[in-house]
Ligand binder design. Structure first.
Ligand code: SAM
Length: 215
């Protein structure tokens, strides 16, 4: 992954090469992390074998994870992020990649209709404990603050997964490296959802959540 900077505005636009996708961003949003391409690749594997239906990306930021996933395994993509700056970059990045994306700018609990269902959900919520966000001065607080126990936005993502994932579908959730056990306990409270696999990564973890088939 290489990066360049251009422009002289207060928040200069930067760009990275995310496995062939030009991804633009600036200091007001989270810088795309190279390792997150592994979430894209795993999501693409899940998409390839998933039931029919679109892909939903929660907390998409500037969109690189979902865009790479559907460039590898083409499906319709709906992206949700509460930050208008991130959504603006997402639209530009999608246009540059030639990928049509339905961008929902707003909180994840407010921008989906009850009757919308998805075959795969990709999620990258903020997961840093509020008291510890100062350890990451480069990152916008709203992009990383996960509340008192770091799990507020994880819970919000699980509520969306429970309400919008089709039977036989999968969610792929990014968490902190020490959070998979807590996430597994949270998932157990949802009827029909189960944790299928956890992969520890260098700066976090990926948790695959499955919606079981009823028949
Ligand atoms: C950890 S960042 C991930 C961004 C991107 N996936 C990446 O890898 O850079 C979390 C994102 O969640 C968004 N976010 C925070 N709370 C949200 C909410 N309630 N609904 C939707 N998006 C939210 C933030 O704006 C931020 O872009």
């Amino acid at each position: 992954m290489t990066s360049t900077a251009e422009g002289t505005a207060e928040a200069a636009t930067r760009a990275v090469d995310f496995e062939g996708l030009r991804i633009e961003y600036d200091e007001r949003v989270l810088e795309p992390r190279p390792w997150t391409a592994r979430q894209s690749h795993w999501a693409a594997e899940l998409i390839t074998a998933a039931p029919p239906g679109p892909v939903l990306e929660l907390c998409s930021g500037v969109g690189h994870i979902g865009l790479l996933a559907v460039s590898l395994a083409p499906r319709s993509l709906v992206c949700v992020d509460a930050d208008p700056t991130a959504c603006a970059y997402l639209r530009r990045n999608a246009a540059h990649a030639g990928i049509r994306v339905d961008v929902r700018e707003g909180r994840m609990d407010e921008v989906l209709q009850a009757d919308e269902h998805f075959a795969v959900v990709i999620a990258d919520p903020p997961w840093v404990v509020s008291d510890e966000v100062g350890r990451f001065p480069e990152d916008p607080v709203t992009a990383i603050d996960g509340g008192p126990d770091g799990l507020d936005l994880v819970r919000a993502c699980l509520d969306v997964v429970a309400g919008h994932l089709v039977e036989g579908g999968h969610a792929l959730l990014q968490t902190g490296p020490d959070q998979p056990d807590a996430v597994t306990a949270l998932v157990a409270a949802y009827d029909g959802l189960t944790v299928g696999e956890v992969r520890l990564e260098e700066r976090g973890a990926l948790v695959r959540i499955d919606r079981v088939l009823r028949s």
